[in-house]
Write a protein that binds this ligand. Sequence first.
Ligand SMILES: NC(=O)c1ccc[n+]([C@@H]2O[C@H](COP(=O)([O-])OP(=O)(O)OC[C@H]3O[C@@H](n4cnc5c(N)ncnc54)[C@H](OP(=O)(O)O)[C@@H]3O)[C@@H](O)[C@H]2O)c1
Length: 306
Amino acid sequence: IRWLLSVLLCVCVCVCLYMPLHLFIVACCYFICLSVLDPQFYPARQSIRLDPKGKSLKDEEVLQHLPVGTTATFYFRDLGAQISWVTVFLTEYTGPLVIYLLFYFRVPFIYAPKYDFTTSKHWVVHLACMCHSFHYVKRLLETLFVHRFSHGTMPLRNIFKNCTYYWGFAAWMAYYINHPLYTPPIYGEQQIRLALIIFLFCQFGNFSIHIALRNLRPPGSKTRKIPYPTKNPFTWIFLLVSCPNYTYELGSWLGFTLMTQCLPVAFFTLVGFIQMTVWAKGKHRSYLKEFRDYPPLRSPILPFVL
Ligand SMILES: NC(=O)c1ccc[n+]([C@@H]2O[C@H](COP(=O)([O-])OP(=O)(O)OC[C@H]3O[C@@H](n4cnc5c(N)ncnc54)[C@H](OP(=O)(O)O)[C@@H]3O)[C@@H](O)[C@H]2O)c1
């Protein structure tokens, strides 16, 4: 098959040299042959580049509009086995939901046998379970009904990395929060109430931003626009921040940390913050590069700071 493909590629190049107008058809033939003759290279795992170190060409890119002359060299790279984004998100988020509940219900083999299926005497433990479950149910529903993703797939190996992160942290946090020896926050009810307000405020803010981002992209398209504040006051933060969904996400986890006063939760918040800051900076840079009229006052994730 590889020999055949090589011959085909040579033919393509030769034909292209003499018939530049048919470059598009010939290139298409090549990549279709690659998929058909070697089915492991289905289109989603093919990366086609003009420059070996450059970015992959987008699916919607048209050959006639590429910066090439009468001939062009394309670099093929196998992206590895792919899995759909929706599957990834559903797997990532269902895990923490289920794992947390196993600890909450104190199923056998987690704590001492005398605690099997017992419940905590602290109401904050029940509240924390509701907040944690609410957060992941919200994320699952948003994945299914709100987000309009531009990428269909991601490498399969990422799912192992991401699941280890989400599932591992959920188990670690749940173990301590639902532990029979767990002690509630130091400032009691006042601290828990304040934390709940912060958590719910940020959850609603995060949802509002996701709706605003959804409305930027017509169904079925992959367009990317500058997000602006809408009538919803939760979106006004767009005046100062490029990725306010991450800002609200950070706020939610800070609220959850305050509510549970638990070190693993604080650690998860910190790691999530670092990760989201890296992504927010990347997205901010892309906005500045793509849109000349991008509002200059915005910061990636924290107004005026970061
Ligand atoms: N706790 C944590 O560690 C953690 C980490 C990351 C994320 N999260 C949560 O997961 C949520 C989703 O994360 P994400 O990284 O996928 O967020 P995101 O990159 O901001 O994307 C959210 C959705 O909006 C779309 N979108 C973003 N900017 C757009 C624009 N300018 N025009 C049109 N559409 C646009 C995205 O499409 P594309 O497919 O084109 O990007 C995607 O469908 C976050 O808001 C956060 O709540 C949590």
